[in-house]
Design a protein around this ligand. Sequence first.
Ligand SMILES: Nc1ncnc2c1ncn2[C@@H]1O[C@H](COP(=O)(O)OP(=O)(O)OP(=O)(O)O)[C@@H](O)[C@H]1O
Length: 253
Amino acid sequence: MPNIIIKTEKLCKTFSSGGIQQHVLKNLDISLIEGDFTVIMGSSGSGKSTLLYAISGMDKPTLGEINFADRNLAKLNNDQLAVFRRNNCGFVFQQIYLLDNMSVLDNVLASGLLVNKNKRELVQKAKKLLMQVGINENAWSKFPTQLSGGEAQRVGIVRALINNPRILFADEPTGALNSAASDSVLDVLTNENQNGQSIVMVTHDMKTALRGNRILYLRDGVICGDLQLSAFSEKEYAERHEKLGTFLAEMGW
Ligand SMILES: Nc1ncnc2c1ncn2[C@@H]1O[C@H](COP(=O)(O)OP(=O)(O)OP(=O)(O)O)[C@@H](O)[C@H]1O
């Protein structure tokens, strides 16, 4: 039986500004499966990032429930939510927020030390993860400004993974990268997922979305499509591309 890691019930998010209410997420009932690489797609403004922020506990819903790893997020106050996020969530964004005055290794360690006080163990783990994403020893003492965009994003992924998150949340992780750098980042995400890491990623890019095994399509705050794919494999790229293309055409993408 697949393990449900996040379950939402009647999840709603409404923004109010200037006396006008905008209902961005409307009564969403979603179950996300542990181990999946779930992709959230939809047109601009459909509520993808809002959904990602709500289910990861970065923002509170207006109404409804979010059960994440058997915790009801609505019952947590802001401090408890911050601890919950630190222990359970990793985040990767389009903008890569590495600290410019710290080396690559220190950027990763700074995140890790928030949860694990055993520095020796942490250093070993950070180095292992950096190697895993293709950031070799000669780059560990470099500063973020000395890295390419793709390298910096791969360091960002390591920083997000250092505390063994239950889910890695990614919002347009390749949005600011050129094609080669984007492929290197997608290969890292695919590899992590194939090693068991659950990933939930927002993207508007089809090539990026092809890495997922489940595609949710959001339109006007409602999930109107849910496509299951097999785990990513280069061998069946053409077939996969066609399946996703057909699905997106049906969604009016
Ligand atoms: N903090 C906020 N305050 C007010 N409105 C907001 C806020 N955050 C998002 N919105 C509005 O909610 C709607 C959905 O935004 P969201 O960023 O979730 O869409 P998206 O599907 O991720 O879009 P894009 O693909 O363009 O990034 C938009 O109309 C946006 O202006």
